[in-house]
Structures are given as structure tokens and as C-alpha cells.
Design a protein around this ligand. Structure first.
Ligand SMILES: NC(=O)c1ccc[n+]([C@@H]2O[C@H](COP(=O)([O-])OP(=O)(O)OC[C@H]3O[C@@H](n4cnc5c(N)ncnc54)[C@H](O)[C@@H]3O)[C@@H](O)[C@H]2O)c1
Length: 361
């Protein structure tokens, strides 16, 4: 198969591309605009493969999308390109509306035009896999809001949408567009909604890499509010394996929730990272001493947790990493890959990309 992956230079997209090139016989067309979050260095190990090609394209540019479909003739597509950082969506929502909603619309229309021109066999086999987040469901009751002994609810595929942030509202909008294109035009779409990912090559604005790198730099480790927000953490390579299963064996029109069965309070995550660093890179005082509490994010959801039983029962997928094994691997990866980190932090990567691919947005 030739799979068109949008956002393949991002955190999760690059894990998907690495997985497909290393572990399958399929080919990848990586379509990415290379915003601040896109990093081709994350693909250095696989980008020389004959089964890999890169196209620097904005998903809002319909003419360029049409060119890519016509040139590469994909058999399936996985749509990950998005603006993805909640804090940025609060200070500047415009890019989120543009890429996540308008961009998804452009991609749906380009895919529909291409799909309509395929022969019957290829048309039946084509898949438009839209990758989304559990944040579209809003938040769940926190254990301190549930009576002792009562079960804690989880997000299922039928949980009503109730997004809280500009980011999650823009992702919810894109999910609705994808389902409408299935219902109205018959485009063979599948949607997945996943919990928080962590792992190697994560841009250091997100909680886990931020804490690891700030700790090593002797900087404060910012924790929102009391740090009691709960997220269900999934190792990024487990997500990549799940996504490949869905695009190759998932049922058209279905939604699959993907999660790690790892509910952790943010403060617990920060403590775990500090304890690992105390063990791996010991210093006079504990890294926990660098924790600093900061004002909570407006509209901050208190708890997310995924019921991933449909993925397990219908597609035989389970995460391979526990939080304990995955976070240890992640901390070790940041310690072993200082060059990647330094390039991202210093702007050396950005100068390289400008030389090789022109102006960067
Ligand atoms: N990170 C998570 O924990 C998480 C969890 C569930 C779902 N998701 C979803 O998975 C997808 C990938 O997330 P991520 O964390 O890898 O994001 P990311 O921010 O690391 O990467 C996004 C990628 O999309 C590209 N991009 C952005 N705007 C573009 C545009 N207009 N045209 C083409 N490319 C563009 C960027 O250059 C970047 O390579 C997103 O759709 C996100 O909503 C993320």
C-alpha cells in the first residue's frame, strides 16, 4: 500500500512514518507544512528509504493537495496534520480554526475528488483515517467528585462531544466534517480518538518533555493549579501501532477510542520524572525541589480517561508499554538525544530547514 500521511513530521506522525517504514512493506508519502512543530530530523532514520517521500504542503492549499493526490496515487490516508497545543490555542486560536477545520475540509474535498476518479476496486479499498483526540469529549468527573465505591466513568465511542478549549473545539469540528463526508458522499472514513501521548521526539512545549528538559537545565518545573488534573497516558509507539491497525483493518464508518489504561495526575507524572532523573543523573538535591505551582489554565479539563475495549475486542490491539516502562524509555531517550533537543531549542534545525525548504512559517 501507498499511504499518504499528513503531519508526518510531527510528534505522532513521525512515529507513524517510522513504524510503517521499519515494520511493514508499505510506502509513505509524508505531507507536512513544517510549522514550528514539524521536524524532519525525527525522520532521519527512515527518510533514505525508497518507500518514503516528503512533500512540503499546507493542507489548506487545495491546488497542492490535488497535485499530491494525482502524482502519488495513494491507496489510503492518515490525517494527523493539526495545530495541537492547547495553550497556543488559547492565546491564538486563528491557526487552529484554519488548519484543523478549514484544512480538514480542504483535505476531505481533495480526497473525495481523487477517490471519485478511482476504479471500483481501488475505490472500495481506499480509507480516509482521521486522527483525533479524547479532548473532544470534554472532561470526566474527578475521583474527588465521585462518591466512594462508585465506578469512575470512562470515555467511550458514544460519549457526547463537549469540547472545552479552542483546540478541542476545532478538533471536534473536524471530526464532525469527516463523519458528514462519510454519510453524505460515501467517502470511506474512519475516526480515532486517542488520549495523551508521550515518548521520543516530543516537542519540548508539552508537559513531559518540558519537565525533563527544564529539570536538566536547573529551571522551574511548572505545574498548573494543584497538579491534580488526570490524563490517560499512552506511549507514542503504541499509538502508532494502533493507528496502522485501524487504517489497514478497521471498519469504514467506525470510531475507535485509543488509550493507555494509565490514568495519572499531572503531579504524579512530574514526580515520576524527577525520581527517574534522581536515579539516572543524580545531583546534590532532588529534581522535585524545582517544582513550581503556576496559575491554572483557563477552562482546564480535570480528567480524561479512555475505554479502549473496542480496539482490543475488534482489532486485537493492546498497548505494549506500561506507564512505568514507557516513561523510563522516554527519559532515557532525551538523555541520549541531546543533539535533537539542542537543534530544536537553538533554532539550528530551523536554519537548516530554511536553507533546504525555503521560508518556514
Ligand atoms: N499529542 C497528543 O497527545 C495527541 C493525542 C491525541 C490526538 N492527537 C492528534 O494527533 C495529531 C498529531 O498530533 P501531534 O502531537 O503529533 O502534533 P504536532 O504538533 O507534534 O505535529 C503536527 C504536525 O502537523 C504539521 N502541520 C500543522 N499545520 C499544518 C498544515 N496546515 N498543513 C500541513 N501540515 C501541518 C506540523 O508541521 C507538524 O509536523 C493531531 O491531529 C492531534 O490532534 C494528539
Amino acid at each position: 500500500m501507498k499511504i499518504l500521511v499528513t503531519g508526518g513530521a510531527g510528534f505522532i506522525g513521525s512515529a507513524v512514518v517510522r513504524h510503517i517504514i521499519r515494520d511493514t512493506q508499505d510506502a509513505v508519502i509524508n505531507l507536512d507544512k513544517l510549522t514550528y512543530a514539524g521536524n524532519l530530523e525525527s525522520l532521519a532514520d527512515v527518510s533514505t528509504s525508497e518507500r518514503y517521500v516528503f512533500e512540503q504542503v499546507d493542507i489548506c492549499n487545495r491546488a497542492e493537495l490535488d497535485r499530491v493526490f494525482a502524482l502519488h496515487q495513494p491507496d489510503a490516508m492518515m490525517h494527523l496534520a493539526a495545530e495541537s497545543h492547547v495553550d497556543r490555542s488559547i492565546t491564538g486560536p486563528a491557526d487552529f480554526i484554519e488548519t484543523n477545520i478549514v484544512g480538514t475540509y480542504m483535505l476531505l474535498e481533495a480526497a473525495r475528488a481523487y477517490w471519485n476518479g478511482l476504479d471500483e476496486v481501488r475505490k472500495a479499498a481506499f480509507r480516509f483515517h482521521h486522527i483525533s483526540t479524547d479532548e473532544v469529549y470534554g472532561d470526566l468527573p474527578h475521583p474527588d467528585e465521585v462518591a466512594v465505591g462508585e465506578p469512575l466513568p470512562l470515555f467511550t465511542e458514544t460519549t457526547p462531544y463537549a469540547p472545552s478549549s479552542p483546540y478541542s473545539a476545532s478538533k471536534a469540528s473536524s471530526d464532525h466534517l469527516v463523519r458528514a463526508w462519510r454519510r453524505t458522499y460515501g467517502l470511506p472514513t474512519i475516526v480515532t480518538n486517542c488520549s495523551n501521548n508521550y515518548g521520543p521526539y516530543h516537542f519540548p512545549e508539552k508537559l513531559i518533555p518540558l519537565v525533563i528538559l527544564n529539570a536538566l537545565d536547573g529551571k522551574p518545573l511548572p505545574v498548573y493549579g494543584k497538579g491534580d488534573q488526570i490524563r490517560d497516558w499512552l506511549y507514542v509507539e503504541d499509538h502508532a501501532r494502533a493507528l496502522y491497525k485501524v487504517v489497514t483493518t478497521g471498519v469504514v464508518g467506525e470510531t475507535y477510542n485509543i488509550g493507555g489504561h494509565n490514568e495519572k495526575q499531572n503531579l504524579e507524572v512530574v514526580h515520576t520524572i524527577c525520581d527517574l532523573l534522581d536515579e539516572m543523573v543524580p545531583k546534590a538535591s532532588s529534581y522535585r525541589d524545582q517544582i513550581t505551582y503556576v496559575a491554572d489554565r483557563p477552562g482546564h479539563d480535570r480528567r480524561y480517561a479512555i475505554d479502549a475495549s473496542k480496539m482490543s475486542a475488534e482489532l486485537d490491539w493492546q498497548p505494549q508499554e506500561t506507564f512505568e516502562s514507557g516513561i523510563r524509555k522516554t527519559v532515557q531517550w532525551y538523555l541520549d538525544n541531546q543533539q535533537w533537543v539542542n537543534n530544536v531549542k537553538s533554532g539550528a534545525y530551523q536554519s537548516w530547514i530554511e536553507q533546504n525548504y525555503g521560508e518556514r512559517t
